[in-house]
Design a protein around this ligand. Structure first.
Ligand SMILES: NC(=O)c1ccc[n+]([C@@H]2O[C@H](COP(=O)([O-])OP(=O)(O)OC[C@H]3O[C@@H](n4cnc5c(N)ncnc54)[C@H](OP(=O)(O)O)[C@@H]3O)[C@@H](O)[C@H]2O)c1
Length: 404
C-alpha cells in the first residue's frame, strides 16, 4: 500500500522517531511513535450508529456489528428472567460461556455425563449436582434454551437421544455451524418447531472467560438457522452478550462453518505448520544450524513480526523493516500467493463438499481417538524444528513450558 495517506503517516512516524532520545529509537519506538501519530493521520472509518448497533465500512463493504452496550445487565436479566440456559457439555466453551452467563446473573445449568471428566470439572467450578449440574437428559428437560456445546463429533453421536427432548417452545443453540450444515453426515436435523441459533466466539473458551473477566469481551459471530418465534435474532444477540461477547458480527450457519474449517486448516494451523516446516527444511538442507533455521523461521515470526502485523497491519511491517528485507518480501509475496492459491482453492472445496467434515467425524468418533491423536502429536513434537524450538524458547527470560 503506498497511498499518500500512508506515506505521510510513515513520514510522520519517522519524524517522531528521529525526535526521540537515541536509546528509545529501536524498532519498538518506531511503533510507539506511529501509534502516537496514527490517531491524527488515519482517516476515521465511515460509521453509522443506531445505539450500540453499528454499520461499519469494512474495506468498502458495509456490515452491521452488534454491541454489548445495547444490553446492560438489568435488561439482559429481565429478558431471560423466565429462561433456563441448559449448557450441554463442559469443555472449553462450556466452561467459558457457562461461567460468564452465570456471572451475568442468568439462570444457568450444566448437563454432562455423570461422573465423567466434565462432571468433575464442573463441580470444581462451583456447579452443584442436583441444583445446577445434571445428567444431559435431565438438563435438557429442565432447560428452555439448550446450548449444545458437546464436541462436534459427540453432537452427532448423541443426537438420536437428544433430539426428542428438544420440544416446542425451547431454543436450540450451537457455537458452530458444523452439525446442522453437514446434516447428511452428522444426522443432526433440528425439530422444525424451535428457534435454532448460533453464537460462535472467535477464540477458545479460555479466552472467552479471560476477556470477560478483564471487562472486555470476545468477538463472536451470530447466525439464525430457523426462526419460528420471530425473536430468534434478538435472542441470539442477547445470548451473545450473556456468554461474554463484546461485539457480534452477523453471518449464516454455512459461512461460519466454511470459514472456520477453512481457516484452521489453512493459515491458522495447517498452513502455517506446513510453511514453517518447508522453510526450515530448506535452511537445514543448506547447512544452517537448527537454532539458526528455527530463529529465522519461527522465533522471529512469532516474537517480533506477527505481533506487529497484528497490531498495525502488513503495510506497516513493510514500512518498518529494512530496505533489503522490504525489496525481497515485495518481490516474493506474489510468488507465494500464486503457489498457494490452488492449494487454498482445493481446501475450500474440500470443506464445502463435506470431505473435511467426514474425515473429522470418522477420526473423532473412533474408539482409539485419543491414542491415535497422541501418536500424531508426538510425531510433531519429535520433528527437529520443534525440538530445536524448545531449546530456543528456554533462553527467553520469561520462559515457561506448558505444565510448569
Ligand atoms: N474450543 C474452541 O476453541 C471453540 C471455539 C468456538 C466454537 N467452538 C465450538 O463449541 C462447541 C464445543 O466445543 P469445545 O471445544 O468446548 O468442546 P470439546 O472440548 O470438544 O467437548 C467436550 C465436551 O463434549 C463431551 N463429550 C464428548 N464425547 C461425548 C459423548 N460421547 N457423550 C457425551 N458427551 C461427550 C465432553 O464430556 P466428557 O468430559 O464427559 O467426555 C465435554 O463436556 C463445538 O461445537 C465447537 O466447534 C469451539
Amino acid at each position: 500500500m503506498s497511498s499518500l495517506a500512508s506515506r505521510s503517516l510513515r513520514q510522520a512516524a519517522r519524524t517522531a522517531v528521529r525526535a526521540l532520545p537515541k536509546a528509545q529509537a529501536a524498532p519498538f519506538s518506531l511503533l510507539a511513535a506511529r501509534a502516537a501519530v496514527a490517531s491524527r493521520a488515519t482517516p476515521t472509518p465511515s460509521t453509522t450508529f443506531t445505539r450500540g448497533v453499528k454499520t461499519l465500512d469494512f474495506a468498502g463493504e458495509k456490515e452491521v456489528v452488534y454491541e454489548r452496550s445495547d444490553w446492560p445487565l438489568p435488561k439482559l436479566q429481565e429478558y431471560f428472567k423466565n429462561d433456563t440456559l441448559a449448557l450441554i457439555g463442559y469443555g472449553s466453551q462450556g466452561h467459558g460461556q457457562g461461567l460468564n452467563a452465570r456471572d451475568n446473573g442468568l439462570n444457568v445449568i450444566v448437563g454432562v455425563r455423570k461422573d465423567g471428566e466434565s462432571w468433575r470439572q464442573a463441580m470444581e467450578d462451583g456447579w452443584v449436582p442436583g441444583e445446577t449440574l445434571f445428567p444431559i437428559e435431565e438438563a435438557i428437560n429442565r432447560g428452555t434454551i439448550i446450548m449444545n456445546l458437546l464436541s462436534d463429533a459427540a453432537q452427532s453421536m448423541t443426537w438420536p437421544e437428544i433430539s426428542p427432548l428438544i420440544t416446542k417452545g425451547k431454543t436450540l443453540y450451537f457455537s458452530h455451524g458444523f452439525s446442522v450444515v453437514f446434516k447428511e453426515d452428522t444426522k443432526v436435523i433440528p425439530p422444525t418447531d424451535v428457534d435454532v441459533i448460533l453464537v460462535a466466539p472467535k477464540g477458545s473458551g479460555r479466552t472467552v472467560r479471560t476477556l470477560f473477566k478483564e471487562g472486555r469481551g470476545i468477538n463472536s459471530s451470530i447466525a439464525i438457522f430457523q426462526d419460528v418465534t420471530g425473536q430468534a435474532k434478538e435472542k441470539a444477540i442477547a445470548l451473545g452478550v450473556g456468554i461474554g461477547s463484546g461485539y457480534m458480527y452477523e453471518t449464516t450457519f454455512e459461512k461460519e462453518v466454511y470459514s472456520d474449517l477453512y481457516g484452521e486448516r489453512g493459515v491458522l494451523m495447517g498452513g502455517i505448520q506446513g510453511m514453517f516446516l518447508a522453510q526450515y527444511k530448506v535452511l537445514r538442507a543448506n547447512g544452517h544450524s537448527p537454532s539458526e533455521a528455527f530463529n529465522e523461521t519461527v522465533e522471529e515470526a512469532t516474537q517480533s513480526l506477527f505481533p506487529l502485523i497484528g497490531q498495525y497491519g502488513m503495510d506497516y511491517m513493510y514500512g518498518a523493516c529494512s530496505t533489503t528485507a522490504r525489496r525481497g518480501a515485495l518481490d516474493w509475496a506474489p510468488v507465494f500467493e500464486k503457489a498457494n492459491l490452488p492449494v487454498f482453492e482445493k481446501l475450500y472445496q474440500s470443506v464445502k463438499d463435506g470431505t473435511e467434515t467426514r474425515k473429522s467425524l470418522e477420526f473423532n468418533s473412533r474408539k482409539t481417538y485419543r491414542e491415535d491423536l497422541a501418536k500424531e502429536l508426538e510425531e510433531i513434537n519429535n520433528q527437529e524444528i520443534w525440538r530445536a524450538g524448545k531449546t530456543v524458547r528456554s533462553l527467553r527470560p520469561d520462559h515457561k513450558e506448558e505444565g510448569q
